[in-house]
Design a protein around this ligand. Structure first.
Ligand SMILES: Cc1ncc(COP(=O)(O)O)c(C=O)c1O
Length: 396
């Protein structure tokens, strides 16, 4: 089946946080990470069938869904898990907060790599712990930013006995890196040496461009698997984030039992429609996924080309994964403006271009002067947004 991503879809008045946070329909929202695309048809059909049943009591997942995930991990990553390794959680942010709550002790540190998805910064303090950052470093070539890990920075950020958890973003939001096996292995081994639990957020694992391949952290060795909680979800991949259905994979039984108990006792359960959508998406959604990735990759390419051509003193990432780009706007002089709802938006672009972008500082101190842009939208709307941003920068 052929999908068309160029169709205009009015998302105002659909309880969409991306749109409904603005009163003004002329604002182009390129912020929160969801797509302006209709989900795969098999997902919609499965939901319709389930809705027609009309009874929506508490959910309990079916065995075939576990088997499907076991097969997916083996097929995609040669990673062999067992059906019992899976623990359902309503969301990935909930999932890593619960992991820190279950295994962190008051006063310990959680290591993160800034700039990073803002809930990574709040996860430790939410649960009585401290955030410690080992910032990523970047190089710049021909207007493109390339981020990597400096292992000296990583290692020296760890205080043995105190930095006990590593919250890892793999692939990384917002810098768009697909980490290599060598990078993941180096960090995982340092984590083992320092008895540091790894929580590996792999929510973006299916959103890969070019021929990049995702490597689940826990797939690297049995020792690393025993020390890792992996979080995945169909939510970003198939644009069903509003349905609240994600999962943890925990191969260490002691960790899994403690984690599952914590999740259960907190009353966190998966949404029944989310479960149905997840099953249909993983079973029948890959054709749609291939097509949407090709569309978003073309959006990425035209964005990089546009910025390099018209805004040459604004380096940006050319993401290997995620449909998000990260722009260094520090060379662009901007008058001070209000930064939108809870300081989340970059005021200059919101005021002058009516384009809503995530403000870099919310991703950590290293994000100061940067903005994050969501490319998962109709091409003509993206082009309009780019043009508006260009004029705002040129005209001041
Ligand atoms: C790295 C990362 N983790 C988690 C989430 C959100 O997950 P959820 O909506 O399942 O809590 C996002 C959303 O953008 C993300 O980028």
């Amino acid at each position: 089946m052929s999908y068309h991503f160029d169709q205009p879809i009015d998302r105002y008045h659909t309880d969409s946080v991306k749109y409904n946070i603005f009163d003004d329909p002329s604002t182009i929202p390129l912020w929160v990470a969801d797509m302006d695309f209709v989900s795969p048809s098999p997902v919609i059909e499965a939901l319709k069938t389930r809705i027609e049943h009309g009874v929506f009591g508490y959910a309990f997942e079916n065995k075939p869904l576990r088997e499907l995930l076991v097969k997916r991990m083996a097929d995609l990553y040669n990673w062999h898990i067992s059906p019992d390794d899976i623990v359902w959680v309503p969301g990935v942010v909930t999932g890593f907060n619960m992991a820190i709550r279950a295994f962190g002790r008051m006063g310990e540190e959680v290591l993160i790599q800034t700039p990073v998805y803002p809930p990574f910064l709040s996860a430790a303090p939410n649960n009585g712990l401290f955030t410690k950052s080992a910032p990523l470093v970047y190089t710049q070539q021909d207007g493109v930013l390339h981020y990597h890990i400096d292992m000296d920075v990583f290692q020296s950020a760890i205080i043995p006995g105190k930095t006990k958890t590593f919250l890892f973003c793999n692939p990384h939001n917002p810098v768009g890196r697909v980490w290599t096996e060598a990078e993941i292995r180096a960090m995982a081994e340092v984590a083992l040496e320092n008895e540091m639990l790894i929580i590996s957020d792999e929510i973006h694992c299916d959103l890969l461009f070019d021929n990049h391949r995702h490597i689940p952290t826990a797939s690297l060795s049995p020792e690393i698997a025993r020390n890792t909680i992996t979080l995945m979800a169909p939510s970003k991949t198939f644009n069903i984030a509003g349905l609240g259905a994600s999962f943890a994979i925990i191969q260490n039984q002691a960790l899994r039992n403690r984690y599952a108990e914590m999740v259960w006792n907190a009353g966190l359960h998966i949404n029944i429609l989310g479960l149905v959508a997840m099953h249909a998406a993983y079973e029948h959604g890959d054709d749609w996924l291939r097509q949407v990735l090709a569309y978003m990759q073309a959006n990425r390419d035209l964005t990089t080309q546009f910025v390099n051509q018209y805004l040459p003193n604004m380096p940006i990432t050319h993401p290997e994964a995620t449909y998000l780009t990260w722009w260094d706007t520090r060379a662009v002089s901007r008058p001070p403006t209000q930064n939108g709802f809870m300081g989340m938006f970059e005021g200059f672009f919101l005021d002058k271009a009516k384009v809503a972008l995530n403000r870099g500082i919310t991703f950590g101190a290293e994000g100061e002067g940067f903005v994050r842009i969501n490319l998962a939208t109709r091409r003509d709307l993206l082009q309009e947004a780019l043009e508006r941003m260009r004029s705002a920068i040129i005209d001041g």
